[in-house]
Design a binder for this molecule. Sequence first.
Ligand SMILES: [Zn+2]
Length: 179
Amino acid sequence: MTVITHIGPRVWIGCLACYNAGRLVGKWCDGDTADDVTPEDIHGRSTAHEELWVMDHDGFIGALEGECSPCEAAEIARALSGLTGDESGAFGAWLKLYAQRDERAEWVEKFREDYRGFYDSEADFAREWFVETSPEEEVARLKRWPFYDIDWERASLELFTDGFHAEDVPGGIHVFWPN
Ligand SMILES: [Zn+2]
C-alpha cells in the first residue's frame, strides 16, 4: 500500500456563482497549481460559471490569510516551495510586513535580501552582529573583557530602533533589515 502524504500548501477552491446562489461547490487542490484549476474541474462537468475563489487554505505557514484569487494563492505557494524549512517560517511574517503585491515574481529574492535570520532574542542578535561586522581587533579587544557581561540587550536597542526589525515568534525572533 502506498501512503501519500501531502506536505505542500493546499487551497479549497470554490465557484463564486454557486456560492452567491447559496451552494458550496468546490474542492481541495494543490496550492502551487491553483491557477490551473478550471470551473469544469470544480463542478465535475461543463459549466457556464467562470469565477473561482480560494475560500479556505492549509499549509501556508502564515503566508496567506483570508480569501484570495487562485492566482494569488498559487504565487504564494510557489514562492514557499522555493524556500528552505527555516526560511518558510519567516516568509509569512515578511510577506505581511514588507511584500509589495505587484512584485510577486521577486518575492523570494527580496525576502532573502531582507531576512537576517532567527535568533533567541534581540540581545543574541546584537552580539552576533557585533562579532560579524566589527574589525577583528575590536572584537578581540572586547573579548578580553568578560564578553558576556556586556549588556547586549541595551546594545540591541539602538540596532532595533535604527533599522533592524524583530518579529516575535514562539521561541525567538526573526530579524529583518527592510529596504
Ligand atoms: Zn458554480
